[in-house]
Design a protein around this ligand. Structure first.
Ligand SMILES: C[S@@+](CC[C@H](N)C(=O)[O-])C[C@H]1O[C@@H](n2cnc3c(N)ncnc32)[C@H](O)[C@@H]1O
Length: 235
């Protein structure tokens, strides 16, 4: 099994990421034409982690998305369920604390974290609502959520070019750089099937998060959704 299908069976998703783990960071840089670095800086400033705060980076993969929080002086935990991604991460980023765990059954007590974030992970989770509820459970009252995920370019002519890139060029380029090019067909299909900015905001809101807002990056190729854990508010 080298790629998952859109029903996102957890075993298939984990196996797919196991297979791409070795060249994951390099492939990302190539396919996003370096834009991923800009997106990670935007996530870091949206999370706004203060020294000493506890941050959960869920679906952290090899820990690329976790490192900026350590640099900011926070105590960051990288959680993922792909053994392959975790072991590449542990080897290449010995300073990051990696924890094996499934987004829909997190191995953390209620209210453990000041902020929870997930970059390019939520789209791969089998039960998105349940994952968002779990993220809320492990966040303290007043804590923050930041979701970074592929979204829908807002300018129609650009969207047409982007969809062409996604469905044709990206799988081709992946054959040159990835250890498992088939997985990048899944990447393109899963981005196409993913809710747009407004629809994702609705999903986050119905999972119990408050004050949901978003902003677009790179013309809407990526969106950052932010929300707050208001556990005292009666709904
Ligand atoms: C595209 S990678 C993103 C990795 C990292 N956050 C980044 O920005 O580079 C998606 C990650 O989500 C993880 N993932 C998918 N479903 C998961 C789940 N249910 N629980 C934990 N991790 C999951 C995969 O194993 C994979 O490492």
């Amino acid at each position: 099994m080298s790629r998952a299908s859109l029903d996102k069976q957890p075993r298939d998703v984990a196996a797919m990421f196991d297979a791409v783990a070795g060249r994951y960071d390099l492939t990302n840089d190539v396919l996003s034409v370096g834009q991923d670095r800009r997106w990670r800086r935007a996530v870091c400033s949206a999370v706004d982690a203060r020294p000493g705060e506890r941050v959960l980076d869920l679906a952290a993969g090899t820990g690329t998305s976790t490192e900026p929080f350590l640099v900011a002086g926070a105590t960051a935990v990288a959680c993922d369920f792909s053994v392959g991604m975790l072991s590449v991460g542990r080897r290449s980023r010995p300073g990051v604390r990696f924890v094996a765990g499934d987004a829909i059954r997190l191995p953390f007590a209620d209210g453990t974290f000041d902020a929870v974030t997930i970059s390019f992970g939520l789209r791969n989770v089998h039960d998105v609502d349940e994952a968002l509820r779990e993220m809320l459970r492990v966040t303290r009252h007043g804590g923050r959520l930041v979701v970074c995920e592929f979204s829908r370019p807002t300018f129609a002519p650009f969207r047409t070019i982007y969809v062409e890139y996604l469905m044709k060029a990206l799988p081709y380029v992946a054959t040159k750089v990835s250890s498992s090019p088939d997985s990048y067909v899944y990447l393109a299909e899963s981005i196409q099937a993913w809710p747009d900015q407004q629809a994702l905001a609705t999903v986050i809101r119905r999972s119990g998060w408050k004050g949901v807002e978003y902003r677009n990056l790179s013309g809407g190729i990526v969106a950052l959704h932010r929300a707050t854990a208001d556990k005292l508010q009666v709904t």
